[in-house]
Write a protein that binds this ligand. Structure first.
Ligand SMILES: NC(=O)C1=CN([C@@H]2O[C@H](COP(=O)(O)OP(=O)(O)OC[C@H]3O[C@@H](n4cnc5c(N)ncnc54)[C@H](OP(=O)(O)O)[C@@H]3O)[C@@H](O)[C@H]2O)C=CC1
Ligand SMILES: Nc1nc(=O)c2c([nH]1)NC[C@@H]1CN(c3ccc(C(=O)N[C@@H](CCC(=O)O)C(=O)O)cc3)C=[N+]21
Length: 283
């Protein structure tokens, strides 16, 4: 027996969310407040270029003023710190996002610490990360926020569920685990040294794949009726492939996100919404 699962349509939910954000932007404009977003891109990682272009395009479309600071691959830490200080001091900028990863000569921790925690729209500053893990409200990394919104929109309850998050990066795995915990899930975090990930997944009501290994999660990982969230965005032969083997898993899961059109658009919508939250605080 093979039952098709419900596809969690991130593209659709993100479009509706952007519309809500756009309304909030027009209300701010009536008060002469233009939300401002700065994206800092060091080097020219082609994937990063695409995301940055999408972010800026969608921000502009809903009335957010956005600037991209493009810096060469060989930029020094000192030079990057100078750019961040200028953005911290710029009254037109509400949100600052430093695209990761950074080139080797730049220490990530130093840079994340330099961003004004009140403008840290990515939620990567240790102050905001600490708040997140303390269960306090604040700025939350966009991918994790986007996934929680997608679950909420489909009325998928998290409380009391077993959730497995595969991946423990600053960008996705850790913040998502914190949000699932705050929503009263029982959370397990798997990483590259975890034994028997498949066995852990078989116990899980919610499986999140955020490891960056194409089609890693196959149907034998999945408990029938589980919710499967695919964060993976891997280029394989020019095609976008998730961390989940969609075709096999879709016949076993109750809900599943596609790639593309799942978590990716929600990430951008979350970023825009949080930029406007910050602009509302300015006002
Ligand atoms: N759709 C979206 O909005 C976004 C998509 N992405 C995509 O999500 C994926 C993950 O990104 P990101 O978190 O930045 O990746 P990282 O490479 O920073 O982290 C990967 C994590 O997965 C773990 N891992 C790697 N291999 C395995 C394995 N075989 N079994 C279990 N765990 C493993 C690593 O463990 P360890 O810590 O031990 O090294 C690490 O914690 C990528 O495909 C990326 O492109 C990322 C951000 C946003
Ligand atoms: N400081 C920082 N913040 C980030 O949020 C951040 C980052 N650095 N570094 C890189 C990752 C990756 N990321 C994605 C955002 C959108 C899509 C996205 O829109 N994906 C579309 C497809 C886009 C395409 O065609 O490539 C989709 O899945 O439908 C994907 C990935 C944010 N990241």
């Amino acid at each position: 027996m093979s039952v098709m699962s419900t596809i969690l349509d991130g593209k659709k939910v993100a479009a509706a969310w952007r519309l809500e954000t756009q309304i909030r932007v027009s209300q701010l404009l009536e008060h002469q407040v233009v939300p401002g977003l700065a994206v800092v891109l060091v080097g020219h990682d082609p994937a990063s270029e695409i995301y940055v272009r999408n972010k800026v395009k969608q921000a502009t479309k809903i009335g957010i003023y956005s600037v991209v600071k493009r810096l060469p691959e060989d930029t020094s830490e000192v030079a990057l710190l100078q750019v961040i200080r200028e953005l911290n001091a710029d009254p037109e900028i509400d949100g600052i996002l430093v695209q990761l990863p950074l080139p080797d000569q730049i220490d990530e921790e130093t840079i994340l610490l330099a961003v004004d925690p009140n403008k840290d729209v990515d939620g990567f500053h240790p102050y905001n990360f600490g708040r997140l893990w303390s269960g306090q409200r604040g700025l939350v990394p966009a991918t994790a926020a986007g996934i929680m919104k997608l679950l909420a929109d489909y009325r998928i309850s998290v409380a009391g569920k077993n959730a497995l998050v595969i991946g423990r990066s600053l960008i996705v795995g850790r913040p998502l685990a914190a949000l699932l915990l705050a929503a009263n899930a029982t959370v397990t975090i798997a990483h590259s040294q975890t034994q028997n990930v498949a066995q852990l997944a078989q116990q899980a009501d919610i499986v999140v794949a955020a490891l960056g290994v194409p089609k890693y999660v196959t149907s034998d990982f999945i408990k029938p009726g589980a919710v499967v969230i695919d964060v993976g965005t891997n280029r394989v032969d020019g095609k976008l492939v998730g961390d989940v083997d969609f075709d096999s898993v879709a016949s076993k899961a109750a809900f599943i996100t596609p790639v593309p059109g799942g978590v990716g658009p929600m990430t951008i919508a979350a970023l825009l919404s949080q930029t406007v939250d910050l602009a509302q605080k300015r006002q």
